[in-house]
Design a binder for this molecule. Structure first.
Ligand SMILES: [Mg+2]
Length: 313
């Protein structure tokens, strides 16, 4: 049975395991437990912007809020430290920070807050969107799923490459949540996207940036050829490579955390993919127990899961 709570906590665990070694060079460390200090000098179990942007999304879906209301919640995080483990926002990427300034200072409409520049293709939209895939898991109309995915991405990242990354990631999650096999999903996805993206020619044109993922033998790519930076193209490749090369949620998370560079985001997205794939596995409960501000996590995750279960009855 689909354990939505496990999926949502796995992502927070990936984030928290990665925080102390964010930006560290590969193979200069090895993480296999919840440690503290490091890059941000935080206590063990501290989670970062990845989770702090995901929590408002869940809350907004529960409240049936619109995009403007979601941007307001992002602003509450960045300027008022809401949705944080210890009352301090840290590690916000440039793309997300700029979009929030566009919202609160420049008063842009929510859907125009994301930077449309080719230089603004960080992984800051991808990192928060797993709950949207959960919310849309029973929606059969592909075009509707893609439209919502696009809009949610554009709040912070408006370049078609970032939107394409979200299309790929959320459609993979969608099919995994519906019990499909990952290898088969990767085989069918290029045609599936081409058939459903006629109205998105600019996004479709970016598909080539991700084509390696769908090539036979991608799983066998050498570790040194997998980049784990915050560039959305690198991130998506790294996360899928981690999931393809492991057999459990914990193993996938640790492989991701130890790639170096954008460790928290790569591990968090990897955790979402791995937990949707391995539905009979659960993320290490000891790590979940070590997460900081568990009260806030429990509150928002419980409300979201409760709504999702009610909706699917
Ligand atoms: Mg982070």
């Amino acid at each position: 049975m689909l354990d939505l709570k496990n999926i949502l906590y796995a992502a927070v665990v990936g984030d928290a395991l990665g925080v102390p070694v964010e930006f560290a060079k590969r193979d200069t460390y090895y993480v296999d437990k919840m440690i503290g200090n490091g890059t941000w000098e935080k206590a063990p179990g501290s989670w970062s912007d990845d989770t702090s942007f995901t929590l408002p999304l869940m809350e907004n879906l529960v409240e049936h809020g619109n995009y403007e209301q979601l941007m307001q919640k992002f602003e509450d995080y960045m300027f008022r430290n809401k949705y944080t483990p210890d009352g301090q926002a840290f590690g916000i990427g440039q793309g997300c920070a700029k979009s929030i300034r566009n919202w609160s200072i420049n008063h842009y409409p929510a859907l125009e807050c994301g930077d449309p520049s080719v230089y603004a293709n960080g992984n800051g939209a991808l990192m928060r969107l797993a709950p949207l895939a959960i919310h849309l898991r029973n929606v059969e109309q592909t075009k509707y799923r893609l439209e919502l995915t696009r809009n949610h991405t554009c709040l912070t990242h408006r370049h078609p490459r970032s939107v394409m990354a979200s299309f790929i990631y959320l459609e993979i999650l969608h099919f995994l949540l519906n019990g499909e096999n990952l290898t088969e999903i990767l085989q069918k996805l290029p045609d599936h996207l081409k058939n459903n993206l006629q109205n998105y020619p600019e996004e479709l044109n970016e598909f080539k940036k991700f084509s390696a993922i769908f090539q036979h033998g991608f799983k066998q790519t050498n570790r040194e050829d997998i980049k784990s930076t915050g560039y959305v193209v690198d991130t998506l490749h790294a996360c899928l490579w981690c999931v393809l090369n492991t057999d459990s949620i914990d193993e996938a998370i640790l492989l991701a955390v130890n790639l170096g560079d954008d460790t928290d985001t790569v591990a968090s997205i990897t955790a979402s993919l791995a937990s949707c794939l391995h539905q009979n596995d659960c993320v290490n409960p000891e790590w979940v127990g070590q997460l900081r501000n568990k009260k806030l996590l429990d509150k928002i995750i419980d409300q979201f899961v409760e709504m999702e279960i009610k909706n699917s009855d």
